[in-house]
Write a protein that binds this ligand. Structure first.
Ligand code: NAP
Length: 329
């Protein structure tokens, strides 16, 4: 049985549990392609999964890694759109931290000309998540005001860039050292959430309030998010990094402003949903990506043998943008 090297979690726990070992090389099913991985990128979910708190969905590989870039080396019998040798990146249900990863053929994107493996590996998860949040869930209209929390995160920097393509006004919250990153991504206003209260700053920036809020922090922000939102505002909850139980929540406050709330995880969506999302993102964003109008913000690039250090960096909130692991030297 052919083998490959992959990052394995010995026992769920701290980053030292991550080691590179030989495991069985995956074979593509009829609707899948196999990618010879050049680079993969970290997502917060990898750190939760490593700790044993975020099990992979049914049928997904145990190996960490929600995205990867590389060259297709094998295609399943039903695949007609891709061929060995194609340069691609892909959204994965898992398995990206490995020399080979299999992807649903509908979850694969071509790597535009001039884009390297580092950029390609960092693109799928954050841009697909951010596009879905802003356009499919929040129905962002041109010129609206968007409040993006964790503005220097991988998803936050992607959301800022996509919102700016729509001439939105972006207000980003982040710790002070990361404000330059938020501004480079396109945010016109930044709030240092550790020393300022966004519930005071947002009304000072816009009397009308935020039309859209993209939130990853959760419970400690919920009531203040509603407070700073415009009538008919849309709140998209993508994570609960600060806690998930909201006390003293007033449904009346939501009704008074006719707030729409969406809560979502991309990983749990159906294959058909992800295929549609990939098609739309390819059609809408590929040209901007190739032209350099959007690009994943890269925090750091490490050889994959430094995977434990990469996880520590993310868990310490030291990264701004994506941490990329190079799998091929
Ligand atoms: N629902 C979905 O479909 C979906 C998809 C992808 C990702 N996600 C989630 O979205 C979140 C962001 O992911 P990512 O990979 O982009 O993260 P990331 O690049 O690691 O950035 C996260 C940043 O959030 C800030 N932060 C952390 N805890 C915070 C808290 N309690 N209060 C305020 N700010 C806090 C930190 O920056 P500062 O220095 O500014 O504090 C940290 O660096 C993760 O929780 C991830 O699991 C959800």
């Amino acid at each position: 049985m052919p083998t490959m090297r992959a990052v394995v979690v010995d026992t769920p726990g701290d980053p030292d549990q991550l080691t590179i070992r030989d495991i069985e090389r995956p074979e593509p099913k009829p609707h899948e392609v196999r990618i010879r991985v050049q680079a993969t990128a970290l997502n917060r979910a990898d750190t939760y999964q490593r700790r044993g708190h975020y099990p992979p969905p049914e049928g997904a590989p145990d190996t960490l890694g929600l995205e990867a870039a590389g060259t297709i080396d094998a295609v399943g019998t039903d695949v007609i759109d891709w061929a060995p040798g194609d340069r691609v990146c892909a959204l994965l249900p898992g398995g990206g931290y490995a020399e080979y990863a299999v992807a649903h053929a509908g979850h694969v994107l071509p790597v535009p000309n001039g884009i390297d493996w580092i950029q390609a590996a960092a693109f799928p998860e954050v841009f697909l998540t951010a596009y879905q949040a802003l356009h499919w869930l929040a129905n962002l209209n041109e010129g609206e005001t968007v409040l993006i929390h964790a503005g220097a995160s991988g998803v936050g920097t992607a959301a800022t860039q996509i919102a700016r393509l729509h001439d939105a006004i972006v207000i980003a919250t982040a710790s002070a050292p990361k404000h330059d990153i938020c501004r480079e991504a396109g945010a016109q206003h930044t709030i240092d959430y550790e020393n300022e209260d966004f519930a005071e700053r947002v009304p000072a920036i816009t009397e009308h309030g935020a039309d859209v809020v993209i939130d990853f922090v959760g419970a400690p922000y919920f009531n203040r998010n509603i407070e700073v939102m415009a009538t008919d505002g849309r709140l998209v909850q993508l994570a609960t990094m600060g806690g998930s139980t909201v006390n003293d929540m007033s449904l009346r406050a939501l009704m008074a402003k006719r707030i729409h709330m969406h809560a979502s995880t991309l990983r749990s969506r159906s294959d058909a949903y992800k295929t549609r999302l990939v098609q739309v993102v390819r059609a809408v964003l590929d040209g901007y990506w190739e032209a350099g109008r959007i690009a994943p913000v890269i925090d750091s690039v490490m050889d994959w043998t430094r995977v434990a250090e990469a996880h520590r960096r993310m868990e310490a909130n030291a990264n701004a943008g994506k941490i990329v692991l190079q799998v091929e030297a």
